[in-house]
Ligand binder design. Sequence first.
Ligand code: MN
Ligand code: MN
Length: 413
Amino acid sequence: MNSITRRDLLKRAAAASGAMFLASRAGAEEKETELKSNPSDPKHSILGPRNNELQQENPDSTFSPPTDHGNVDPFKYPYSFARKKTSAAGWARQVTYKDLITAPEMAGVNMRLLPNGCRELHWHKSAEWAYMLEGKARVTCIDYDGKAFVDDVGPGDLWYFPPGIPHSIQAEAQGNGCEFLLVFDDGKFNEYETFLISEWVARTPKDVLAKIMGTSVEALAKLPKEEQFIFFAQPFKALEEERRQAAGTLGYSKTSFTYFMSKDKPDKETRSGTATINDSSKFPISKTIAAAKVLVKPGGIRELHWHPNSDEWQYYIKGKGRMTVFTAGNRARTMDFQAGDVGAVGNNVGHYIENTGTEDLEFLEVFKAPNYQDLSFTEWISHTPKTLVMSHLNIDSATYDAIPRDKGVIVPA
Ligand code: MN
Ligand code: MN
């Protein structure tokens, strides 16, 4: 009896008699036949206190797949765990390396601005990449030549501010304000400690400021005494008017700090999903961040792959999924994700993401790199000599021939 036939028989036996039969009669064979852990199996039972809601949201942690093995550091942190820093005009919450040990290279901030809410003029040492989630916003900055840049972005659009470039973000007056995700190319980034214009003027003697601004101390009587951070600003004017006014005689910036990703067609498309890639080849200023927006339909899988050039920082926008991370030393772990969660994968670490829900799964993959780069399992084995692969995997010729040859990204294609 060859092993495949024996496995099939054991599977049928499992179906007929339940997992207990296998546990008692088949011993070591059980792992091979189990595709999922059976929560009613006594060996998975929990006698003591438990959080049923969290268990239900994280079935692959509580009842991990039998293929998971060894110790893998946790790679999920939900924004629901992050404390919001709230002001009248909006809030911010961040996930940094302190929250997520497996994401030392990047940090993320989720921010909400009410109508006219403004993230005050500031700069920082890290680069800031942003993805608009909801609503519309006006962003401003000056480039390294001091020239003005002003633009409007909506859902699905991006901006990128390099280190030291001073900028602001303001929600439009109409509607319900906006919300966006910021990703920084430094895991130690702290949104609550940036160079704020309000704090700089508060920490500068008024007579010094009056000289620099060409005015009197009296004219500066109402300068803020502490941070504004997120505050209600006057509604902004028409885009062209603000561009002209900010440009003055120096001229308008030739650099674009925004990118309308919402208008892009997917770079990869199969019947199971799409991937839309953005990096410095499309968005030249985005020199340290590359990204992909991935949509996986129910039952689809973002196939086994790894990224040679960067860690991956993920943000789940919609739906439910699970990711298994495979790392050297025969270790693998599966964690479950849903909208608002952050995921992290180290550079070169193998992983796949499966849609486990009934609606589309949508997430962002963000990389600290100028260019998007990945290698996939199927492109590897389909472009390696057939005999060599057949010997490694114990598969027959027909099975090898069925392997998709052109990287589909989302399977089944
Ligand atoms: Mn910023
Ligand atoms: Mn990936």
